[in-house]
Design a protein around this ligand. Structure first.
Ligand code: ADP
Ligand code: MG
Length: 609
């Protein structure tokens, strides 16, 4: 026994000489050892002799360690000697175990990641890949188990929109084994992958390449939707702001023109001019209403309406709009489709869609409008990425026109997006449609194929009750009165107009220029004032704040709010609750007078307490 063997087993120098070798073995080998030698000597049956084996060895202190043992027999005349070579393999064993742990971790990682991973050697042969890789690329399992990389490449080739660029990249990377790359792959079916590739190294040398692929399709879809809705939101705010200020100006124009008209002789030749001014101002009002509609305020005049009736009613008009050579087919559902809607705006939607269809058909083709009930289920919501499940009325408008490609279809709802010549298209038609549909808590989508035609589907939530609630006021011959009105309004133009209108009808008007001023003026005149007319949005205290402070002084004061914003946006801003008297600008003098009389003659609001 040499010294290193003694050290390996923990014995001192010479300590082992003369002892049975079985002392170096753990049970049960220790007990079997002598029998084993005896049997060998008797029968020649070998177990360890002349072969290498891994065994368990026992140190002097009783601890065990893995060892590799090689025994051979030496004959010296009659004497038979056995020599053993023993190596402590603890470290090697430890490394092997470590390696197995690493490999299993690697395997588990590979299969649990959401990315498809492919490992190839320097010649491009598939070394390994995970299950996800095959799923993402829709590669049949047998192609992979054969490590048939040509087949894998061919399948990539079929699916990509630009396979040449893909292959060029692959070739380029094989020519530059040390390069890393990251790019995006587009599929014919619309999927989008991110591809990342990095060399595989062993020590310093590069032995292959690892490709990883992640499917970004969902994420991109969501991002695009978000961008789109942010853009629409921003444009809506802008359009709404412009329309609001413009409304104040229009109120003054229409109001003063009306006053002139009232005071003019029937035979006055200037009446013509005045009528022109009024007609132009009415058109401008229509435009600002459209802009307000687009900026997602509530419908100006919502009520429960049967969509079928609107579609039928507007049908006549549409057939004139689209021309004689376009065949119009209208098919409405048998059951009533009651929705909360402003019928004027729904007509506008149909008209805008029909106008576009006419343009797309260049004079010939057919336009089909259909209505029907539909249940939007979870599947619809997840495949479209929007919507609330429930019962809806579907209006679909199809034409057999030019259709459009995907890029165009993605942009059509943007304001000012048009593919038409200067002077022919404004790009506002569909953005107004979009705004109106949104306001009605509906959805719109489009299916189109170049050369075949286009279908717009619009979904409006169904309501249960029928019939539009009417609360019309007689606007033609409003009566005046002798009451005193406190008018609080920051726009100079509007104050001037209201002064004319209200004093002209016999009322006494006290004016205030902002919210704070309004409260002070009321304090001075609290005994006389019978009605407040408050602009909703004003500096130094909004209309609602003024109303609250005044009510604290005089609980049953009557009040009319005015604003260029429609009731919905104001209540959403938390300024007004429902049930208040409310008129939107621009207001015509007659409408205003009618409302004033109605409120003065009506019940007082309950005093607060
Ligand atoms: P405009 O009609 O003023 O161009 P729109 O907002 O109404 O604006 O429409 C925007 C664009 O959408 C059109 O320029 C056209 O390219 C496309 N489009 C709309 N409707 C259709 C349709 N039915 N068929 C084909 N293309 C259409
Ligand atoms: Mg249009």
């Amino acid at each position: 026994m040499n010294r290193s063997c003694e050290r390996m087993f923990g014995y001192g120098a010479g300590e082992l000489a003369g002892l049975n070798v079985s002392i170096l073995m753990p049970s049960p080998f220790r007990e079997e050892h002598d029998g084993y030698i005896a049997r060998y000597l008797r029968t020649g049956e070998k177990r360890v002799i002349e072969s290498r084996r891994e065994v368990v060895a026992r140190r002097k202190d009783g601890t065990l360690f893995p060892a590799e043992l090689a025994v051979s027999e030496v004959r010296l005349g009659e004497k038979r000697l056995f020599s053993g070579m023993i190596t402590d393999i603890s470290e090697r064993k430890e490394r092997e175990a470590e390696m197995r742990r690493t490999l299993s971790l690697l395997g588990a990682t590979l299969e649990s990641t959401a990315d498809g991973i492919l490992v190839v050697d320097l010649g491009g042969k598939i070394v390994s890949c995970n299950q996800k890789f095959a799923e993402l690329w829709r590669i049949p399992a047998e192609a992979l188990s054969d490590h048939d990389d040509n087949r894998a490449l061919a399948s990539a080739h079929e699916q990509l929109t630009d396979p040449e660029a893909f292959l060029a990249k692959v070739r380029d990377l094989y020519a530059h084994p040390e390069a890393e790359s990251r790019d995006v792959l587009k599929f014919k079916d619309g999927r989008i992958f991110e591809r990342y590739s990095k060399p595989q190294r062993i020590g310093e040398s590069i032995v292959g390449r690892v490709w990883s692929f992640s499917d970004l399709t969902e994420q991109r879809k969501l991002e695009a939707q978000l961008r789109q809705s942010q853009k629409m939101e921003a444009l809506g705010t802008l359009a709404g702001g412009v329309a609001h200020d413009f409304n104040n100006i229009l109120t003054a124009i229409i109001g003063f023109s009306n006053l002139l008209q009232m005071n003019m002789e029937e035979s006055d030749p200037r009446r013509q001019h005045l009528n022109q001014i009024l007609a132009a101002a009415e058109r401008a009002t229509g435009l600002t209403q459209s802009l307000l509609a687009y900026s997602r305020n509530k419908p100006l005049n919502p009520g429960r309406v049967n969509l079928n009736e609107i579609v039928r009613k507007v049908g006549n008009f549409l057939s004139r709009l689209i021309g004689e050579d376009v065949e119009l087919t209208i098919t409405v559902a048998d059951e009533a489709l009651n929705v909360m809607a402003d019928d004027g705006q729904i007509e506008q939607v149909l008209m805008n869609l029909a106008t576009n269809a006419r343009d797309a058909m260049a004079g010939e083709g057919s336009l089909i409008i259909r209505t029907g009930p539909i249940e939007l289920d979870q599947e619809f919501v997840s495949s479209h990425g929007y919507g609330i499940t429930g019962r809806y009325a579907l209006v679909s408008v199809s034409d057999t026109g030019s259709g459009m490609d995907r890029q165009t279809a993605e942009r059509i709802f943007e304001p000012f997006f048009t593919t038409k010549q200067m002077g022919r298209g404004t790009g506002l038609g569909l953005s107004i449609v979009y705004g109106i549909v949104k306001q009605h808590n509906g959805y719109i989508n489009v299916y189109s194929e170049v050369g075949k035609g286009t279908t717009f589907n619009i979904y409006f939530p169904l309501t249960e009750v029928a019939e539009k609630e009417q609360n019309a006021v007689d606007m033609r011959h409003p009566k005046g009165g002798i009451e005193t009105i406190l008018h609080v309004e920051d726009s100079e133009d509007i104050r001037a107009l209201m002064r004319e209108v209200l004093t002209g009808a016999g009322y006494t008007v006290i004016e205030a220029v902002d919210g704070q001023d309004g409260v002070e003026k009321f304090r001075e005149h609290r005994e006389e004032v019978q009605l407040l007319i408050l602009d909703v949005i004003m500096p130094r205290k909004n209309g609602k704040e003024v109303y609250d402070e005044v009510r604290a002084m005089k609980g049953d004061i009557k009040c009319i709010f005015t604003s260029g914003y429609t009731a919905d946006i104001i209540s959403r801003k938390g300024i007004l609750e429902e049930g208040y008297n409310f008129v939107t600008k621009p207001l015509s003098p007659n409408a205003l007078l009618a409302k004033v009389r109605e409120v003065l003659d009506g019940e007082s609001p309950p005093a607060r307490g």
